[in-house]
Design a protein around this ligand. Structure first.
Ligand code: RIB
Length: 306
């Protein structure tokens, strides 16, 4: 039986410019190439969960435009249920402008478009779907009120909640207390905890503080070095898989979607983290967001090699 996962989140068309380096203010820089790729944190996490073998229901908004049509077509090809995606006539689909330099680092500018118009009614319409899922996955590219409403809905139905608070914004202790698995990178952890996160020791302190503030399990990803796991029964470091970095876009989303599937299938926390790390490591070896998300077979193969 495939685990059922509900994802509430964003859909974007990513406009990716490959450049030798990041431009400085006022500079015109010749790029290497341009690629248009399906993205959005919500959509990427939904795709990752589907490619890892889950039945995914996606709650999202797109504009009534070509970008929206193309994004929905791609999601349908991944077998994602789209009954709760609303096409918003007065808005454009979200667009992300992504600069990707030769070192594989990126900078993203986002115009939220239809994502910003997700409403409480959109969540209410999907409440039965959320209530019957094994897990709810949320990020913060849709209005915070809608995310909190979806989390309430999941909690009432005793559905576990995975929150990836990206892009980072402050959250109250009451919200953190509703989160079963909080997945943060260094920037998000620093903003939420108020502590700088620069290495494993500072990750340990920030994760402990976020647990004190209410999150049950904190997964703090540390890029190429690995991740810090803080759970009720202990805390530990897991090193990352060593791979050649092409593009880090959507590596975090791949981690979150894959982690959700592993947990929904009943793997223990350590095994679920390693499965997600394997998926994220494969994602950074390819260009783009959804173009880089691997399929389960490759993820398992890499895990076995390790
Ligand atoms: O996390 C990567 C995603 O962030 C990109 O696909 C882009 O759309 C932005 O939302």
């Amino acid at each position: 039986m495939k685990p059922q996962i509900a994802v509430v989140g964003s859909i974007n068309m990513d406009m990716v410019f490959k450049t030798p380096r990041m431009p400085t203010p006022g500079e015109t820089l010749m790029g290497h190439s341009f690629h248009q790729v399906h993205g959005g944190k919500g959509a990427n996490q939904a795709v990752a969960a589907a490619r890892m073998g889950a039945d995914v229901d996606f709650v999202a908004n797109v504009g009534d435009d070509l970008n929206g049509k193309s994004c929905l077509q791609a999601l349908a090809q991944d077998g994602i249920q789209l009954q709760h995606v609303r096409v918003v006539p007065e808005s454009a689909t979200g667009v992300a402008g992504i600069l990707l330099d030769d070192a594989g680092e990126n900078c993203i500018v986002l115009t939220n478009g239809a994502n910003a118009l997700m409403s409480l009614a959109d969540i209410d319409n999907a409440s039965n779907t959320i209530a019957k899922a094994k897990l709810l996955l949320c990020q913060l590219e849709t209005p915070l009120t809608t995310v909190l409403h979806a989390i309430d809905c999941a909690q009432r139905a005793k559905v576990k909640v995975v929150l990836n608070p990206a892009p980072a914004q402050s959250l109250s202790d009451a919200v953190l207390a509703q989160v079963d698995y909080l997945v943060v990178n260094e920037t998000e952890a620093a903003l939420l905890s108020g502590l700088p996160v620069t290495d494993v020791a500072s990750a340990e302190s920030a994760a402990a503080l976020l647990r004190e503030r209410g999150a049950r399990v904190v997964l703090l990803t540390l890029g190429a070095s690995g991740m810090w796991v803080a759970a009720p029964d202990g805390a530990y470091f897991l090193p990352a898989f060593k791979v050649e970095v092409v593009d880090t876009t959507a590596a975090g989303d791949t981690f979150v979607g894959s982690f959700a599937v592993a947990i929904a299938e009943g793997r223990d926390l350590r095994a679920a983290c390693m499965f997600a790390q394997s998926a994220a490591a494969l994602a950074v070896t390819q260009l783009g967001a959804q173009t880089s998300i691997p399929y389960r077979e490759a993820v398992e193969r890499q895990l076995q090699k390790q």
